[in-house]
Design a protein around this ligand. Structure first.
Ligand code: BGC
Length: 832
């Protein structure tokens, strides 16, 4: 379904005074019951229609690294972009803008009017479960990237939804935790990260978070009023996180839209609350106005032409996905110029690591989308290496835990005689109501797709074993189910959800696994029968058929990888995390690579000094072998084109462009801000303004450990020299400052550098971070090319919050460098 462009009539444009007048009139013209109805979703993903005023649906969809659409259905595929951590590692607002445009384009293709992203909570602790989905530990970098993303989405006439407002930096007890944050860090860090997306890119929505902030749940919190609506002038819709409205009280706050619907805490209860005077009618009308304004902007309100009348030229989504994966990949070690490899001189490459084959291209949870195909590093290298180079693959160490859905190519639908699986929906008497052919063996229905009257669902597929041996096959779901292999029942019982976390059971359900021995190429008929529970508060059903990798001798797997590596020109090990570690709904308990991956890297590196490690994780992991391998490339969750991007980088077709958006520690015990575990329901942000590199610098100043790799760090394939920067020696408080930095590419390849400018305030009378990022700018230069790069330091960078934004007049230091711990060039500036 494609969204309509503006009609050719001369309707007032969204945002014009005439459109505003019309919207106010329409809101006033509705009965109270109609007004209240509009404030709760019509279903899981969309709002109510009101044909009498020409209002059609507003469809919202996750976000943030792809647009899923209204169903979790692999037949309706979505472009999967690299995780936000990868995007922000590019330090490029222009790239964030294009990333947003791809999302906007995807949204239009899928009939979606608002993308539920970007996620711009900060990387406060590396244990945060949704770290991969957030951008950075620094508010300046986050704000810049988020503003680019929002502007990009909205340039396509689709709303963007910065989330989760506010102080939702971790997942433990996420529905109830009270984040206790003092005013200054709230303003200087957590709110600052959101600010540009609202004040500059004018986001059309904001999502309030599940947690409380200083004692009040987000959907009822005054922060929705100030600074969001008052100081920042937000005129869009505050949508709740799914089930995040807890009472009618939220209607007295600036919470506008309750999702999902149709039954929530508002509806009839809110109607009664207005009638009894507990909630004012003005508050209701104001929310209706905001919802109609959003509808007008996205083209869901007749009589108003949408905010974007002319769309930018179509983008090649896969090309953008690949570019972001390349430009976000961070090269943190490249000893003796091992990279880039010269493909024409390579005779053999030994690739190992579970994630090289089953790459993790996106994080888990609501961010999940279903791309047509994910390119793994194995596939990418196979495609890219010349035919004369032999490429071997050994798993080396298992990473994925539990059941993994079957490869689509291994499935055959026995009823329709096509690839995939046959799914039937049965009524209470066992009669088939509906049937469909599916392509995948991980099936999720969230509010959409299960016909009315369904009492049970069956799945049937013929799975072909690629290899001979004992296979561990099974079924994952929550509830009453049966499973059979070749007509023999192997399970009949109930699988219980132990997590009790909305969504977690969807992506990592409890399972039952059974052994079956096959020859290579043998087919097994797998049939599952699932009984729907009589009632579901949230209409969520997930059924997974798959195989579990069971390794009885981990050393033998490592030995295989070592044997291949020792005789190869170069060894590449792809290590990473799995869905049990980085996902929504829970935090991590440590930063270790799962399984025997560290042993694998050490053994391969000992066998071949030309060992390259590619890290496939959305957030920091510990790399105890960092100094012992030839090269290390952090590839994040690289999206659907991950493998091609990795091949491009390793073979020198492209340069890795990333700079770390977050400090990576050497040991868990070193991390200055770590715990995400609330105490008596409260998570104290006790570190105040010292988060991320600010905390590391504070710790180092006191003689404590430094991170393994500092914020801002990243290598390319060429070298750059900065000559003496210049900036005014004094500035009037309240003004921006431009720093000019002459940059020269001193290497033999074209490449990109990011000029980073930090501030320090020696002898301050105010508590300060040791230093803080004030601005940055990128430049791309040919060999011997030069440019005077302009970096803008916004006036705000000189300010601190104390009841309002304040300037401590006097001498600041401007530091110009390539990362937060560089050997800086220093300028002095007097703020008057
Ligand atoms: C997540 C949001 C998401 C929403 C809808 C929630 O559980 O926290 O980020 O947008 O679900 O899927």
């Amino acid at each position: 379904m494609n969204l309509p462009l503006s009609p050719a009539v001369t309707a007032p444009a969204a945002g014009s005074p005439d459109a505003e007048a019309l919207i106010h009139n329409l809101a006033d013209s509705l009965s109270l019951a109609e007004q209240v109805q509009l404030l709760t979703g019509a279903d899981v993903w969309s709002t109510h229609t009101l044909p009498s005023i020409g209002l059609s649906r507003i469809v919202l969809s996750d976000g943030p690294a792809g647009v899923r659409g209204e169903d979790f259905d692999e037949r309706h595929d979505s472009v999967s972009l690299p995780s936000s951590s990868a995007l922000s590692a590019s330090w490029s607002a222009e790239l964030a803008h294009r990333y947003g445009q791809v999302l906007g384009q995807e949204a239009r293709r899928k009939g979606v009017h608002a993308v539920l992203g970007p996620t711009i909570n900060l990387h406060r602790s590396p244990l945060g479960g949704r770290h991969f989905e957030c951008m950075s530990e620094d508010p300046r970098l986050t704000a810049t990237m988020a503003a680019g993303y929002v502007a990009g989405v909205q340039s396509m006439g689709v709303g963007a939804t910065p989330k989760h407002y506010l102080a939702n930096e971790s997942e433990t007890d996420r529905f109830t935790v009270d984040s206790v944050v003092a005013e200054r860090p709230l303003r200087e860090l957590y709110l600052a990260a959101f600010e540009d997306a609202i004040t500059e890119s004018r986001a059309w929505l904001v999502m309030s978070s599940y947690n409380s902030i200083n004692g009040t749940t987000a959907s009822e919190n005054d922060l929705l009023e100030t600074p969001l609506s008052t100081e920042w002038g937000f005129d869009g819709v505050v949508v709740s996180d799914w089930t995040g409205v807890r009472s009618v009280e939220a209607a007295n706050a600036h919470q506008d839209l309750e999702m999902p619907g149709p039954v929530g805490h508002w509806s009839a209860k809110l109607l009664a609350a207005v009638e009894s005077g507990q909630v004012s009618r003005e508050a209701i009308v104001e929310k209706v106005v905001r919802i109609l304004r959003l509808a007008a902007r996205v083209g869901s309100l007749d009589g108003v032409s949408p905010a974007v009348a002319e769309l930018p030229a179509a983008l090649d989504s896969a090309a953008v996905a690949r570019e972001v994966a390349i430009r976000g990949a961070v090269l943190i070690r490249n000893s003796a110029g091992l990279l880039p490899l010269d493909a024409s001189a390579l005779t053999s490459v030994a690739l190992s690591g579970h994630n090289a084959d089953e790459a993790r291209t996106q994080g888990g949870g609501s961010a999940t989308v279903m791309p047509k195909q994910n390119i793994s590093p194995l596939m990418g290298l196979r495609e890219a290496l010349p035919a004369t180079t032999s490429l071997s693959y050994t798993r080396g160490a298992k990473v994925a835990e539990g059941l993994q859905q079957f490869a689509r190519t291994a499935l055959h639908n026995p009823v329709s005689n096509v690839p995939g699986a046959r799914v039937t929906f049965l009524d209470a008497s066992g009669t088939e109501i509906f049937a469909e052919d599916r392509l995948a063996s991980s099936l999720i229905w969230f509010g959409v797709g299960i016909p009315e009257g369904t009492a049970a669902i069956t799945i049937s597929t013929d799975w072909t074993a690629e290899q001979a041996g004992v296979h561990h096959l099974g079924l994952g779901t929550v509830g009453q189910a049966r499973l059979s292999f070749n007509g023999t029942e192997v399970f009949n019982g109930e699988l219980l959800d132990t997590t009790n976390v909305l969504g977690a059971a969807l992506f990592d359900p409890p399972s039952t696994v059974h052994q079956i021995e096959t020859t290579a190429g043998e087919t097994v008929r797998i049939e599952a029968h699932y009984t729907l529970p009589p009632e579901q508060f949230i209409p969520l059903t997930a059924i997974l058929l798959g195989e579990e990798a069971v390794v009885t001798d981990p050393q033998a797997e490592i030995d295989d990888a070592v044997a291949a590596a020792s005789s190869a020109d170069v060894a590449i090990v792809v290590v990473g995390t799995n869905s049990s570690i980085e996902s929504e709904g829970f935090d991590r308990s440590n930063l270790d690579l799962p399984g025997h991956q560290n042993e694998l890297v050490r053994a391969v590196a000992a066998a071949n000094p030309r060992t390259i490690v590619v890290v496939n994780s959305g957030s920091p992991v510990l790399m105890p072998w960092l100094e012992d391998v030839g090269a290390v490339l952090l590839g994040w969750f690289g999206g659907q084109e991950f493998g091609r991007a990795i091949a491009d980088i390793l073979l020198g077709v492209a340069e890795p462009g990333g700079r770390l958006p977050t400090s990576w520690p050497a040991a868990l015990a070193d991390v200055p801000v770590l715990s995400t575990t609330p105490v008596e329901g409260k998570l104290e942000y006790a570190e105040g303004i010292h988060v991320g590199y600010r905390a590391w610098l504070q710790q180092q100043a006191a003689g404590g450990p430094a991170p393994a790799v500092p914020f801002g760090f990243g290598l390319g394939y060429t070298s750059f020299e900065f000559s003496a920067p210049h900036a005014p020696q004094q500035v009037q408080a309240g003004n921006d400052v431009i720093v000019h930095v002459p940059v020269r590419n001193t290497g033999s390849r074209a490449g990109r550098e990011v000029v980073q400018v930090y501030l320090e305030r020696p002898d301050s009378t105010v508590e300060r971070p040791v230093r803080w990022l004030a601005g940055f700018a990128g430049t791309h230069l040919a060999p011997a090319g030069t440019e005077s790069v302009e970096v803008r330091i916004p006036a705000r960078a000189f300010e601190h919050y104390d009841g309002g934004w304040q300037v401590e007049r006097g001498a600041f230091r401007i530091l110009v460098g390539k990362h937060v711990e560089d050997d800086f060039q220093v300028l002095a500036i007097d703020v008057r």
